[in-house]
Design a protein around this ligand. Structure first.
Ligand SMILES: Nc1ncnc2c1ncn2[C@@H]1O[C@H](COP(=O)(O)OP(=O)(O)O)[C@@H](O)[C@H]1O
Ligand SMILES: [Mg+2]
Length: 414
């Protein structure tokens, strides 16, 4: 039996030996193998097939699948009929109940021919119930995970929105509180001015106004007016800062820019401020990608950081005061660093600088809102991070990390 045209070949064996080998292959295989005649009756059933059916050979042989399984056998009967009609093999999955348990089989049914004559079909079946259950379990786990992810994303959106609102509410309350002081100073100052004017009027009516009194009262008027002016300015600044945050939350306009070019151009507008503080501003754009950017908001953040460096960093005697703005691309995020070579920030202040109203310049023009606003724009509008980092040498480093692919920053379409 070594002719390749035969149904199988076996090296150096007699026909009896080959038959014995085939029979042990069929007996030992973990596949269920059977043959049926043209009336769909089983004429052969291997050990695995009998074992799966859980029946003795005489209850299987000469019976059909319908005899054994009733209506459940309709699909397998239908496929057997098609294989007999077309003479072509068909592979398909079937569901059958065995021993009271549902099972899934992957079965290949193919025609059996002898001397050109159709004798029936043979089938090879694998029980894939366990695999199918695993797939079903995986699929439902996957759906669960997708749902969980969906919920998580929605919760995250809500949290971001809430944080923005909470930030704004906190800021408004704080500003209302802070504005109180300058307003009181304003009211007291103007009441005092009215008193002085009344005094002036009386003196002039009764002709008792001496040049010395006039000079003294004028001096008092000037002092009060200066005080009122400063207070009102401070109140206006505080109000302006809530307007900034409130407006920036609605009015985001995305512009298509080459990031590096945009940074250079924008930083040039800050140069007059730097010159007044006797400092220099340098930019280092390591990348120049085309992006869609909420430019107004990023300008606001960088401006606040630069103004802080000019206001706070160069108070000591710094030989070469300089602010450096570096732009880099780190994976799917943009990184902007605002460095200065000034006095740095004390350990104590470090933990509080992003708090609203924290300032080391209370009474001399500090509102304590610059960093809070920069932080709230970074996290709220850009979904990014603003951190104070360590740096080599003197001074401070503020680092902005802005993820690309948000409503405020994305790669520009080509
Ligand atoms: N570049 C810097 N160098 C030194 N100190 C800084 C710098 N930036 C911020 N600070 C500190 O952080 C505090 C908070 O800053 P900010 O919120 O802008 O409020 P303000 O500038 O009104 O004081 C400042 O008062 C200052 O002490
Ligand atoms: Mg500031």
């Amino acid at each position: 039996m070594s002719d390749a045209s035969e149904s199988a070949v076996a090296e150096g064996m007699t026909e009896a030996q080959t038959r014995e080998l085939l029979s042990s292959i069929l007996g030992a295989t973990p596949l269920a193998i059977y043959a049926k005649d043209t009336d769909h009756r089983f004429v052969f059933s291997n050990r695995m097939h009998l074992q799966l059916l859980g029946l003795p050979p005489d209850q299987v042989l000469r019976h059909t699948d319908t005899d054994l399984f009733g209506d459940e056998a309709a699909p397998v009967e239908e496929v057997t009929r098609r294989v007999l009609d077309t003479g072509r093999p068909i592979a398909k999955e079937f569901e059958l109940t065995l021993g009271g348990e549902p099972h899934t089989f992957l079965e290949t049914i193919y025609p059996l021919q002898t001397a050109g004559e159709l004798r029936g079909v043979a089938g090879i079946a694998t029980d894939i119930t366990a695999r199918r259950r695993l797939e079903d379990a995986l699929r439902s786990k996957n759906t669960e995970l997708e749902e969980a992810l969906d919920t998580l994303e929605r919760t995250q959106d809500i949290l971001i929105e809430q944080r923005k609102l909470a930030g704004l509410a906190e800021l408004s309350t704080g500003v209302a509180h802070e504005v109180n002081t300058p307003l009181h100073v304003g009211i007291m100052g103007s009441t005092y001015i009215l008193d002085v004017i009344r005094e002036l009027e009386e003196a002039s009516h009764s002709d008792t106004l001496t040049p010395a009194t006039l000079a003294q009262l004028t001096e008092q008027l000037k002092e009060s007016a200066t005080l009122i002016c400063g207070s009102l300015q401070r109140a206006a600044e505080l109000i302006q800062s809530i307007k900034q945050v409130a407006a920036d939350r609605q009015g985001q306009t995305l512009r298509r820019v080459q990031l590096g070019d945009w940074l250079e151009r924008f930083v040039r507008t800050l140069e007059p401020l730097a010159r007044r503080a006797g400092a220099e501003i340098r930019t280092e754009a390591l990348h120049n990608p085309a992006v869609m950017l909420a430019t107004g908001q990023l300008e606001q953040i960088i401006t606040n950081l630069v103004i802080n460096a000019l206001d706070h960093a160069f108070t000591g005697d710094c030989a070469d005061p300089c602010v450096t703005i570096q732009l880099d691309q780190v994976g799917e995020a943009l990184q902007v660093r605002v460095d200065d070579n000034g006095v740095g920030i004390s350990e104590e202040a470090r933990t509080r600088i992003f708090e609203p109203f924290f300032t080391t310049r209370r009474g001399t023009g500090g509102t304590g809102l610059g960093l809070h606003i920069a932080w709230s724009l970074t996290t709220g509008i850009f979904e990014g991070e603003l951190m104070l980092r360590d740096k080599e040498g003197p001074g401070s480093r503020f680092q902005l990390t802005l993820p690309v692919g948000t409503a405020s920053l994305d790669w520009a379409p080509t």
